[in-house]
Write a protein that binds this ligand. Structure first.
Ligand code: PHE
Ligand code: FE
Length: 290
């Protein structure tokens, strides 16, 4: 799930906290088939690409079955593992609503699924991105704690008017994060694992920079919402990510307010460089040139 700072109005039928019933019985066979197509394509691609906690989570929740998973079923197992639950929402939700859910270990997931002619790209997160992409990592106790802490931090940042930089942290970790392992780089970000093309690009393409994660650096780096990333940030472990974000961000926000953004394609002398990207893809014009 992504959140959105623009003014959204609550759709009719949604509760005060923007949740709706998943209404699992209302999905059509064509909709289940979209899930199955996407699921099988990613399941075949991700071994050796996605990190172990993701693959383990995917299996323990049994997200395959005969189509779009029933949230009630997922929640029995997820609750048992880490105390998280998935709740259905119509689409993007306002920042405050999103953080409030996360802070209470509820993950808001889009109820709808993309059409069969939109398998590779869509603007708003659907049930495949949200459930296949995000929910497996919520079975990992450390990542589960990180997501809750992010929700609490988001509520604070919102109160302080400092969401801008914090949103970059979410983007470069929860959505597009890479993990260093003895076997090589692995994906943990939901935006990558739910995308066939980016699951390849993020690891194999010579174009993007792959740089060591640094909290302040990440929060100073803008990101792409419309195309593959130009930089990916690599964490040494999920525990290191959680540890790096435990400190009070108050002083960091003050510093960031006066600090310049780092150009999206920059490699700094202080960066730990896994890949110095050619940026060839972005220079060619990215998706629009493809
Ligand atoms: N420690 C952060 C704060 O004081 C909260 C936070 C935790 C933010 C984890 C993001 C991720 O605001
Ligand atoms: Fe997402």
């Amino acid at each position: 799930m992504a959140h959105d700072s623009t003014t959204l109005s609550r759709p009719p039928g949604a509760r005060d906290d923007w949740t709706i019933d998943q209404d699992w019985n209302a999905y059509t066979q064509a909709e289940h088939d979209v899930w199955i197509t996407l699921y099988e394509r990613q399941r075949a691609l991700l071994p050796g690409r996605a990190c172990d906690p993701f693959l383990k989570g995917l299996d323990s929740l049994d997200l395959h079955r005969a189509g779009i998973p029933d949230f009630n079923r997922i929640n029995e197992e997820l609750k048992r593992l880490t105390g998280w639950t998935v709740v259905a929402v119509p689409g993007l939700v306002p920042d405050e609503v999103f953080f409030e859910h996360l802070a209470n270990r509820r993950f808001p997931a889009g109820q709808f699924i993309r059409r069969a002619d939109q398998l590779d790209y869509l603007q708003e997160p659907d049930v495949f991105h949200d459930v296949f992409g995000h929910v497996p990592m919520l079975t990992d106790p450390t990542f589960a704690d990180y997501m809750q802490a992010y929700g609490q931090g988001g509520l604070r940042a919102l109160g302080l008017g400092q969401l801008h930089n914090l949103a970059r942290l979410y983007w470069y970790t929860v959505e597009f994060g890479l993990l260093e392992t003895p076997e090589g780089l692995r994906i943990y970000g939901a935006g990558i694992v739910s995308s066939h093309a980016e699951s390849i690009f993020a690891l194999d393409d010579p174009s993007p920079n792959r740089l060591g994660f640094d909290l302040e650096r990440t929060m100073r780096t803008p990101y792409r919402i419309d195309d593959f990333q130009q930089a990916y940030f690599v964490i040494p472990s999920l525990q290191a990510l959680l540890d790096a974000t435990l400190a009070d961000f108050g002083a960091l926000y003050v510093y960031l307010a006066g600090a310049k953004d780092i150009p999206i394609d920059a490699v700094l002398p202080s960066d730990k460089v896994f890949t110095r990207g050619t940026q060839a893809y972005a220079r060619r014009g990215g998706r629009t040139a493809a």
